[in-house]
Write a protein that binds this ligand. Structure first.
Ligand code: ADP
Length: 167
């Protein structure tokens, strides 16, 4: 019997990683054999963390997440998500949906990606209720204004944000 690895990519900016992202990784792990967390190299968006810093933080936090038999890898990419998915032999793109407001954008992206690469399906997972209002942008805004974000982002990420701001 030939067994094929069911591989998905979970693309995003991850600037920075939140517990919302980790929740989606955990939820998708029983569905796939391998998930590649794919960090988009979007220097033009003026990210808080470089793509290398984002990948490093994700790799450091991942061992704390129980993903069972599913292997989680971290990589970065530039250009089209569909091209990257094809390049790494993924058959699915995982995305999280937090609220109706995510839906319209995600629908457009999913349909465009399907047109670009018909063999790859986008799989949507609903956010955990406790993280449904968590976004990287909101975490950065609150943190920069001195608000509390513990429990919403990993401790290691919070420490790196503190270092960034103190510089
Ligand atoms: P992008 O800029 O591509 O939206 P993000 O890093 O903001 O990248 O998000 C990556 C993916 O993670 C997206 O599918 C997004 O909907 C999902 N996501 C982000 N935050 C959460 C959350 N709190 N709960 C569930 N999914 C989330």
């Amino acid at each position: 019997m030939i067994t094929t690895v069911k591989r998905a990519i979970f693309p995003g900016s991850f600037d920075p990683l939140t517990h919302g992202h980790l929740d989606i990784i955990k939820r998708s792990s029983p569905i796939f054999d391998e998930i590649v967390v794919a960090v988009l190299n979007n220097a033009d968006k003026h990210p808080m963390f470089s793509v290398e810093e984002r990948c490093e933080m994700i790799s450091e936090v991942l061992p704390t997440v129980d993903t069972g038999e599913c292997r989680i890898l971290v990589d970065s990419f530039s250009g089209l998500t569909a091209d990257f998915a094809k390049r790494v032999n993924a058959t699915a793109i995982v995305r999280g949906i937090r609220a109706v407001s995510d839906y319209e954008y995600e629908l457009r992206m999913a349909l465009m990606n399907r047109r670009l690469e018909p063999s790859i399906e986008t799989v949507f997972l609903m956010a955990g209720e406790e993280y449904s209002y968590v976004s990287s942008t909101l975490m950065k805004q609150v943190f920069e204004l001195g608000g509390r974000v513990e429990g919403l982002i990993p401790e290691l990420v919070e420490a790196r944000m503190r270092e960034k701001l103190s510089r």
